[in-house]
Design a protein around this ligand. Sequence first.
Ligand code: SAM
Length: 284
Amino acid sequence: MEYSVKKIVEEGEKILKKKGVLNSRSEASLIVQKTLNVSKIDILTNNIRSVSFLKRMSINKNFCERVRGKPISKIFGIKEFYSYEFFTNSNVLDPRPESETLVDVAKKILRKTKSTINILELGVGSGCIIISIIQELSELRIKGTGIDISESSLKVAKKNKKKFNILNLHLLRSNWFSNLKNKYDMIVSNPPYLKTSDIEFLDDEVKKYDPLVSLDGGKNGLNAYNEIAANVKKHLKLGGVICLEIGFGQRNYVNRIFEKEGFELILEEKDLQDIPRVVVYKLK
Ligand SMILES: C[S@@+](CC[C@H](N)C(=O)[O-])C[C@H]1O[C@@H](n2cnc3c(N)ncnc32)[C@H](O)[C@@H]1O
């Protein structure tokens, strides 16, 4: 027996809606799209007239996983970020739309440069930030370095490096600066910044499928900023900058931490929700 795509999406929408999944229509459509490996247009125009029994079973299995709380990105192992598709899994933080602000800021600053630029990303995760920067600024000569404390997230970053065929990106394990000797023109980071006590209140989608090490910023959420601020000086070239993503309401705290270490705020950027999201410092 064969099934029409339109009907499958409608049924999926009902199942997801009943279980409280927001945007049930678009999520159902996306699940069908990804399982069948077809485009959104194919679904919208009802271009795929029929789906085999086996494919239908796979789609149902994916609807069930979604209903059990697994995000679509983690079902299919892929997440879009800055219009690129990155590999992801439960060993890395899913790339977040608000982190695209960090890429925008890096582009804004680096566009003015000409010579070879050395960029370091601290806590590289899937690699989505540094890889997007390198992709977006392909006219520049960028030498990238990405570090992470988590070996399993470095595996995902390496897979993404290969996917985008990035040659000039060195990925290594390090506890912040512990294994680094070089100096950089730009350091970027989206460190873990949630308060430990807030983690139990996160949605299951985050709590169960994003690793704790990518979320937990310690008692006041600021552990990583303190650690980075205390050690970053010797890793910045003359005139070098550090660009950081920050959490909701952390702007003044992070400013104080960096000012105490002799840095000045030279730029800040809000995300699409109008929340201060990225701060940039250089040494006074
Ligand atoms: C919020 S996630 C950001 C991941 C990725 N850059 C992104 O924006 O999607 C923070 C990352 O920092 C890493 N991390 C946590 N503590 C670390 C440490 N002490 N040294 C290096 N990396 C660390 C985590 O493993 C995680 O990949």
